[in-house]
Design a protein around this ligand. Sequence first.
Ligand code: SF4
Length: 61
Amino acid sequence: MKYYVNENCIGCGLCESVCPDVFSLSEEGVAVAISEDVPEDALGSAAEAKSDCPVSAIEER
Ligand code: SF4
């Protein structure tokens, strides 16, 4: 399971708060996801971040 952040991101920071193991805000002020598979113990919080993103910017790859 991998995620990526699309161009809809508004940099609200919610995903980083919910799942910092996978998402972080870049210097450009938008979120990025780790390129590796989501660690087993972060699957739940990563899915929560995806569903909570206000602009549906988190997608599965
Ligand atoms: S929750 Fe969505 S809009 Fe907010 S920083 Fe993360 S990807 Fe961007």
